[in-house]
Design a protein around this ligand. Structure first.
Ligand SMILES: C[S@@+](CC[C@H](N)C(=O)[O-])C[C@H]1O[C@@H](n2cnc3c(N)ncnc32)[C@H](O)[C@@H]1O
Ligand code: SF4
Length: 384
């Protein structure tokens, strides 16, 4: 049964450790040979016990992301899952890197309560895998996908990146052929983003790396939407595609304004009363401090509206302006919306504002334009 949207909440755990730091990645990660797995699991379970008092009932979904959750030893990972899952939890996802996946490992996690695996394939071309600095080869990725497909998992997903340095449309086609041959019921396809502070950013600045330009990016995005659609994987968010019934319930919660409890170094949370939380982005300090959360902050109504538009518009169902108004007292001005509708980038129908097919290509720009158009519903009584 799908979770009750009025009370459902998700639980996100950030596991910070990775085998190596990929040069394009800006997530909070630590490269340590000895992972303090038991101390980490104990701390997560203790903090969840304390923090869940702010949430009703049990989590509808559990998501272990990173970093690389599969970097935790099997016993610690299974203990973590067991400690977090409740009988009413409908989805339990773990992000895994291909080199960590084996049949006995998956069996142990299935027994602990795992229902979904997100496999970080990224590319199935050996030279691109090397350029991305990945620890795995395409052969690892294929083997891992076969193991996952044969397991009793209810669902699984493969992450792939595109818009890579020097990547051609033919190479992308090759990756899509190989990906679809693995038969994932869900796929996440991310255009390479050059993130501030990463080795990739410095390499781009000195001209050593030239990521795909806008035209190439658009051609690749169009190709992959078409290919995945033909294979039965429908786009349900800018970067996410699934066969019917395999959409990620946890991620859909972010897009439909459901609260979530975040725990782990750098993890964000969203309390049912609208306040935002964040854990300190320093693994040693996180392990050391009794409560490693910064003080929860209540966003201003305008910031809450910005957050809702950013999170919601990228999903195929878009946003409800009534919901936005009720939650934040702000909506995008009619003139701003009209421009985007007339430009063929947005559609307003059945009380929802959604991206059109063309709008999906420039989702970030449409989101930015809608955010710029936000206005308070009624004049501020203070006159300011
Ligand atoms: C933070 S990773 C965690 C999962 C796992 N460690 C991995 O690397 O597969 C989650 C996803 O973010 C994506 N990602 C990370 N950095 C990115 C970037 N600079 N541009 C596009 N996608 C990125 C990758 O596709 C990756 O699968
Ligand atoms: S992309 Fe994944 S494996 Fe690579 S550093 Fe980031 S979180 Fe770790």
């Amino acid at each position: 049964m799908p979770p009750d949207p009025s009370t459902a909440w998700g639980l996100y755990v950030h596991v910070p450790w990775c085998r190596i730091r990929c040069p394009y990645c800006a997530f909070h990660v630590d490269v340590a040979r000895d992972v303090p797995a038991d101390a980490f699991v104990d701390k997560v379970l203790r903090l969840v016990e304390r923090r869940r008092a702010d949430f009703p009932g049990d989590p509808a979904t559990v998501y272990l992301g990173g970093g690389t959750p599969s970097r935790l030893p099997e016993a610690a990972l299974a203990r973590l899952i067991r400690g977090l899952v409740a009988p009413s939890t409908v989805e339990v996802t773990v992000e895994a890197n291909p080199e960590d996946v084996s049949a006995p490992w998956l069996d142990a996690l299935l027994e602990a309560g795992l229902t979904r695996l997100s496999l970080g394939v990224q590319t199935l071309e050996a030279h691109h895998a090397r350029r991305l600095g990945r620890a795995h080869t395409p052969a690892h990725a294929r083997h891992a996908a076969e193991v996952v497909a044969r397991s009793g998992l209810r669902s699984w997903s493969a992450d792939l990146m595109f818009g890579l340095e020097g990547q051609t449309l033919d190479e992308l086609e090759g990756d899509l052929d190989a990906l679809l041959a693995l038969g994932p019921p869900h796929a996440s396809l991310y255009g390479l983003t050059i993130e501030p502070g990463t080795p990739y950013e410095r390499a781009v600045a000195r001209g050593a790396i030239r990521p795909a330009d806008e035209d190439a990016w658009h051609a690749m995005y169009g190709r992959l939407v078409a290919r995945l659609g033909q294979a039965g994987l429908r786009r349900y968010e800018v970067s996410n595609f699934a066969r019917p019934g395999h959409e990620s319930v946890h991620n859909a919660g972010y897009w439909s304004d459901r609260p979530y409890l975040g725990v782990g170094p750098s993890a964000h949370g969203y309390l049912p009363d609208g306040r935002r939380t964040v854990d300190v982005a320093d693994t040693a300090a996180w392990l050391e401090r009794d409560d490693p959360a910064e003080a929860p902050e209540r966003p201003t109504p305008e910031q809450a509206a910005v957050d809702l538009v950013i999170a919601g518009l990228r999903g195929v169902d878009g946003i409800s302006l009534d919901h936005l108004a009720a939650r934040t007292g702000h909506v995008p001005a009619e003139s701003g919306r009209r421009r985007l509708v007339q430009g063929g980038l947005l559609v307003e129908q059945d009380g929802r504002t959604r991206l059109t097919d063309d709008g999906f290509y420039v989702a970030d720009a449409v989101v930015a334009a809608l955010v710029d158009a936000l206005v308070p519903l009624a004049p501020d009584p203070s006159g300011q």
